[in-house]
Design a protein around this ligand. Structure first.
Ligand SMILES: [Zn+2]
Length: 195
């Protein structure tokens, strides 16, 4: 690595440690010519992943956005930041394992809901209520009931009773709802859709 001070090309690694959950290796180096110490970072090269939104627009996958959504759902809940970090990491692993170039936003929402369900019931319901855009209190109560009776996982609608209300298709479910009626609620519970 070229020394940023004397531009000499020989250095010695004096310290090496992993950062960000092992995704990054941070190295302290010392220039053998002038003794200047500097830091380099090494990370796995990952092809950019795009999130396909319900209107078919694509945007780069943003870890920060995912994290912000989960933190908001867990606000004032007894959920440790370390647990949230682990959840985000697990979701990222799932996403990168199953999708190489593009991932539908609804799929990310499903991962988050599955994870939150294990972590904290209230956080789960909060996230689900924004994500699934409950139409009324009754629909909301159905989800609570289902949670109470612990329905089998991954059941479409999370054990919601069959009703006449229109059930949105998965493709129509955005990670962060944008409809006017939900905007107020979602801006409080979720970060705004940065576009
Ligand atoms: Zn130097």
């Amino acid at each position: 690595m070229r020394c940023p001070i004397c531009t000499h090309d020989s250095d010695k690694v004096i310290d090496s440690r992993s950062a960000q959950d092992g995704r990054i290796i941070r190295r302290r180096r010392k220039c053998l010519e002038c003794g200047h110490k500097f830091t380099t970072y090494e990370a796995v090269e990952q092809p950019p992943l795009y999130v396909v939104k319900k209107d078919s627009r694509r945007e780069p996958f943003q870890r920060e956005k995912l994290l912000a959504g989960v933190i908001t759902a867990c606000k004032k809940r007894p959920v440790a930041m370390a647990a949230i970090e682990r959840l985000i990491h697990a979701i990222e692993m799932d996403i990168y394992a199953a999708f190489q170039i593009e991932v539908p936003s609804w799929k990310i929402g499903e991962y988050v809901m599955d994870g939150l369900k294990q972590l904290d019931d209230v956080a789960y319901v909060r996230f689900a209520s924004v994500y699934r855009q409950f139409k009324d209190v009754e629909e909301f109560m159905d989800v609570l009931q289902a949670l109470k009776h612990e329905q089998p996982k991954r059941q479409p609608g999370f054990g919601r009773k069959k009703r006449n209300s229109r059930k949105p298709k998965k493709e129509e479910l955005p990670l962060f709802p944008r409809t006017a009626e939900n905007r107020d609620a979602s801006s409080r519970q979720n970060p705004p859709d940065a576009t």
